[in-house]
Unconditional design. Structure first.
Length: 94
């Protein structure tokens, strides 16, 4: 009985993960085109959900399908709002 439950639980987790959505992006300095390391990205009205890595890349995972407004912040730069960013299925071609 326990094995059947465990296998069903793993199957359910796999199905839920397949339906997860994500936003993948990068943040660069406009004049020099160099990556911004450590910029915070938040979904409007929510707490920061991602920070850019050494290459300026970020990923926001476990989202519901839809459009989101993102806010990008970094010390010394103006805050940037990006409206209508659509999610894509996790693991989709980038």
């Amino acid at each position: 009985m326990k094995r059947g439950f465990f296998a069903a639980l793993l199957l359910l987790i796999g199905v839920l993960r397949l339906q997860a959505q994500e936003i993948i992006g990068n943040v660069y300095e406009a004049k020099t085109n160099l990556p911004i390391i450590g910029a915070t990205i938040e979904i409007e009205g929510d707490k920061p959900v991602a920070v850019t890595d050494i290459d300026g890349n970020f990923t926001i995972t476990d989202l519901k399908a839809g459009k989101y407004n993102l806010i990008v912040r970094y010390v010394g730069y103006k805050t940037k709002k990006i409206d209508g960013v659509e999610t894509q299925a996790s693991g989709a071609d980038k």
